[in-house]
Design a protein around this ligand. Structure first.
Ligand code: GUN
Ligand code: ZN
Length: 447
């Protein structure tokens, strides 16, 4: 592969910028810099100087280049039910989601759906994701194979559910364990894939199945654990009835040996103080899903309190509870959820959580999340504005910035924030120009 060089305004984070500091020193803007990508798909260098003739050059000066987004919680089959009207979580699952997921037992349908889904992730600016397929092993194979074919860093595993679901969506402990062992052997550590032991949520697994999940995690170091927790008040009450011996919803997972530093738990809106301490002690992360929480009316996640208590927080689109695969739209919803709670968080906090922050909490910071020599070149190229309103807004921000950033005009983070916040708030997949995965261009906007 010819080494590639892309010139744009490079934006990433060297550390956690905190939630409210517009002037954070962790923000790194390198205007009109060249990102040099070696034949192995890794970043070789970042320089203001154009490289020589042996580099294939892509000059996108004036555009923004960032690490690809990491969507830390999303459901592949739920593209089929995104934007379904009128229900809260438990009704939504039985009315729309379970019937749609049942169709993914069909290998032909599962493979087509997986291809559409991973291409859609790339076309929305997400180069990595933590994904739930369905209970069917074939749907996990299809998803992991589709990511592998595109060289993507993807974390996924067959969903475990052996009760409180329609027949077509229930496994049993023995078959599920055999399926998981086969899937782990086939996919975990292959290319950029990692396997996640994936009990859907406590309510759809028997204690025997959760115990089996714990055994899998103990048997295979490096596996992830992916589930939902404390999303909706009716769900929390129901779960407490099902597991009366556990102190809390989160404690169920702890009691079955499911919490560790590679655990990703979606939502966590209704955790208590002891739960948050447990999350911190285990190094587990909450995938905050603001779009889904608003759409299903689940509640408002307290990001400020979580951050103050040292809990790891990343961001998930949670399609189809969430209404867009765009992490820009999801992050913009994240801002609004915190605004409702009286806190204004910065564009830096939001963008960091979906790039370097997610990479760190997934223990992948030596591979993705920043623009740094040695890391894999998973990057997205963005227009600052799409459409006349966003263009006008961007022009206003640029005026106050004293013109476009350049090698001789590098604005500080506080000055830059207005422009980036407006981009994040108004932007979506229409702003996305190209997506590169491991140094290969995998998406090009055509319109
Ligand atoms: N809890 C259990 N399953 C699901 C799901 O598919 N989506 C959401 N948002 N919450 C869940
Ligand atoms: Zn979910």
């Amino acid at each position: 592969m010819t080494p590639q060089a892309i010139c744009a305004d490079l934006l990433d984070f060297t550390a956690d910028p905190g939630l409210a500091d517009r002037d954070s020193a962790a923000v790194r803007l390198r205007p009109a810099h060249w990102l040099l990508i070696g034949a192995d798909g890794r970043i070789v260098d970042i320089t203001p100087h154009a490289p020589g003739d042996d580099w294939h050059k892509h000059d996108h000066r004036g555009r923004l280049l960032m690490p690809g987004f990491i969507d830390s919680h999303v459901h592949c089959p739920q593209v089929d039910v995104i934007a379904s009207w009128g229900t809260e979580l438990l009704d939504w699952l039985t009315t729309y989601t379970f019937p749609a997921e049942a169709a993914h037992a069909d290998p032909v349908l599962a493979r087509a759906a997986a291809a559409l889904f991973v291409d859609a992730l790339l076309a929305h600016g997400s180069t990595s994701a933590v994904v739930m397929p369905t209970v069917h092993a074939v749907s996990a194979d299809a998803l992991l194979d589709a990511a592998q074919a595109r060289g993507m860093r993807l974390i996924a595993g067959k969903v475990l559910m052996d009760r409180h679901a329609p027949d077509a969506l229930r496994d049993d402990v023995e078959q599920a364990e055999r399926d998981c062992e086969r899937l782990i052997a086939r996919h975990h550590g292959q290319g950029r894939l990692s396997y996640a032991v994936t009990p859907r949520f406590a309510a759809t697994s028997t204690p025997a199945q959760l115990a089996m999940a714990g055994r899998l995690l103990a048997r295979h170091p490096g596996l992830y654990m992916h589930t939902h927790v404390a999303e909706n008040r009716d769900e929390v009450a129901w779960t407490a009835q099902l597991f009366p011996q556990s102190r809390s919803y989160l404690s169920i997972y702890e009691d079955f040996g499911l919490l560790g530093e590679r655990s990703v738990l979606a939502h966590g809106i209704w955790l208590d103080d002891a739960d948050r301490r447990l999350m911190v002690a285990r190094g587990a992360q909450i995938a905050h899903c603001p779009s889904s929480n608003l759409f299903l009316g689940s509640g408002l996640f307290g990001w400020g309190q979580a951050q103050a208590e040292g809990m790891a927080v990343t961001v998930g689109s949670d399609v189809g509870g969430g209404t867009s695969l765009s992490m820009l739209r999801t992050l913009a919803d994240g801002y609004k959820v915190q605004a409702l709670a009286g806190q204004r968080i910065t564009a830096w906090a939001l963008l960091h959580a979906a790039t370097a922050g997610a990479a760190r909490h997934l223990r992948l910071d030596a591979e993705i999340g920043r623009l740094e020599p040695g890391l894999v070149a998973d990057v997205c190229l963005w227009d600052w504005a799409s459409g006349p309103v966003a263009a006008r807004r961007d022009a206003m921000a640029l005026q106050r910035l004293g013109g476009a950033p350049s090698a001789t005009h590098v604005p500080d983070a506080a000055a830059l924030h207005e422009r980036v916040f407006a981009w994040l708030t108004l932007g979506d997949e229409r702003n996305l120009v190209q997506t590169w995965v491991a140094g290969r261009c995998r998406y090009i906007r055509t319109a």
